[in-house]
Ligand binder design. Structure first.
Ligand code: MG
Length: 379
């Protein structure tokens, strides 16, 4: 798709001339550097097509709405995205409305990340995926200006990265077998439970493979006693932790479950922003950080540091996203205990390339920024 189809955010407002110059340079083999001295924001909707229907405890879908973002400064472009699974309450409409309301032209120094992101966060409450799209694009941009990937800027090393899990959602036994076959290169499987027949799903998987399992109940178990029974059963089945077993409002019941459970209990739907880390330290054993919840990498990094300092497990998850969002999360993955970064392989129309998959691990490329580039023809 042509960059001219990107919507110029109001951040481009007073910079019409320089923005148009950068737009006209797009697609040329030799791209002109436009010294605008300001941040220029562009964005466009991009629907993600899922390879298999995504069947969760409370919903099923075959596409995920997504908005692709570009943030340009002096001819260097950073990429970001907002992915909006419907249950999170954001949409293409809400994200484009939020992005249109931003005025980033007020920032002449892109390195003032604290100020820029504090401004973005202050414009309206919630809108976490929309905010993440700016944060991710800004990280890509700054990494490119500095000439380094973010894991190196943070002093991390890719040797510390754990294998990622691959999600198997509930389906017919034939489709489940097919998914297990497709996932042979993954060393850990993640099972979506909390739906009728979820024990049968685990039995079907166990007939095919003895790889370790993570379980995500997506709030689908409604009593602490049943959840505990399931945790014991899953321990016997080679499960290593359980994510969001009970509805997010059931904090007392979850704290009780955590005391009794033979498996670590991880917060996902209950956990959103940085203050939740401290709020949940005696309720959950760990947190699932996702950039679309955390408003991006800047806060996600702080979450990971804080949670580790409190002795909590840290898991790094994702939505269905292109390799742009996954590459952003992968920069943090040397810091975490468990990695669940398969969102890009669940879609059939990834727009980016450059992310490395090796020995069951998702590894960011040793290239500036997020280390990904747009696939030719999908500009
Ligand atoms: Mg989850």
């Amino acid at each position: 798709m042509d960059r001219r189809k990107f919507i110029l955010g109001s951040s481009a407002g007073l910079l019409a001339t320089s923005s148009l110059m950068s737009l006209s340079a797009f697609g040329c083999s030799t791209k002109k550097t436009v010294k605008s001295g300001h941040l220029v924001l562009r964005f466009k909707p991009y629907e993600l097509k899922l390879k298999h229907a995504f069947n969760l405890a409370k919903s099923s879908r075959t596409t995920t709405p997504d908005v692709q973002v570009e943030l340009e400064y002096d001819g260097i472009v950073g990429y970001g995205e907002a992915s909006m699974p419907p249950y999170l309450g954001e949409s293409v409409e809400s994200v484009t409305k939020f992005l249109s309301s931003l005025d980033l032209t007020q920032f002449t120094d892109p390195f003032r990340m604290e100020e820029i992101l504090a401004y973005v966060d202050s414009v309206a409450p919630n809108n976490r995926a929309a905010k993440a799209s700016i944060d991710i694009a800004l990280h890509d941009l700054l990494g490119k200006i500095m000439g380094q990937p973010w894991y190196k800027i943070w002093g991390l090393s890719t040797e510390k990265i754990h294998p990622t899990s691959f999600t198997i959602s509930n389906d017919t036994p034939e489709v489940v077998q097919q998914k297990i076959k497709e996932s042979e290169q993954y060393k850990v499987l993640k099972v979506k439970m909390g739906v009728p027949g979820d024990k049968e799903l685990v039995e079907t998987i166990r007939k095919a493979t003895d790889r370790p399992l993570c379980v995500d109940a997506n709030q689908g178990w409604n009593s602490k006693e049943y959840a505990l029974e399931m945790c014991h059963w899953l321990k016997e089945k080679g499960c290593i932790f359980v994510e969001q077993p009970l509805p997010k409002e059931m904090l007392d019941e979850t704290a009780w479950l955590r005391e009794q459970s033979p498996l670590p209990i991880i917060a996902d739907e209950a956990f959103q922003r940085l203050p939740d880390v401290v709020r949940f330290k005696d309720v959950y054993d760990g947190i699932n950080i996702k950039l679309m919840k955390s408003t991006g990498l800047h806060e996600a990094y702080k979450m990971a540091v804080l949670a580790k300092s409190l002795g909590m497990y840290v898991m790094l998850g994702c939505m269905t996203e292109t390799s742009c969002g996954i590459a952003a999360a992968a920069q943090l993955s040397p810091m975490v205990d468990w990695t669940d970064l398969d969102g890009n392989v669940l879609i059939g129309n990834d727009r980016f390339e450059g992310l490395i998959f090796e020995d069951g691990k998702v590894i960011p490329a040793d290239k500036p920024g997020l280390g990904v580039s747009i696939i030719k023809g999908l500009e």
